[in-house]
Ligand binder design. Sequence first.
Ligand code: FES
Length: 150
Amino acid sequence: MLSDAGSDHDKDRGGSAGLGTDHDTSRGSILDAPVADGSDGDSPPGAGWHRVGPRDDCFADAPCMQATVNGVKVGLFLVDDAVYAIDDLCTHGHAMLTDGELDGFEVECPLHGGVFDVRSGKPMCSPVTRPVRTHPVRFYQGGVYVKVEG
Ligand code: FES
């Protein structure tokens, strides 16, 4: 196994839902993160890339999944054969975006209905005002890989 990444769509996420907690996103910024677009890359992923799982299995049941990489809960979203990765924790309160509804490139937070664009992490409507971090994703030999800075 190449990584500590693992699917863990658990419901025990510690803490309770709260209003206006605005998590710190200063560790990263909105990036034009590379996106796995449906084709395998030519070269093996290097240092820092974590294998999430087999591409055919990751989205077999739903268009999104959660993985924990470097201690960060990451939401991966499949849209039109491309995969986008963002921090799963909403920047407004304690809710996981993979528990929300995905509509095109937008995911709606299940707690208060804030919406993020999964391509950029950008907040699209109230009450969310701060972006979530994006993370690069790629495919290699049938696997989905994501790179997450701690
Ligand atoms: S927790 Fe309030 S919009 Fe996500």
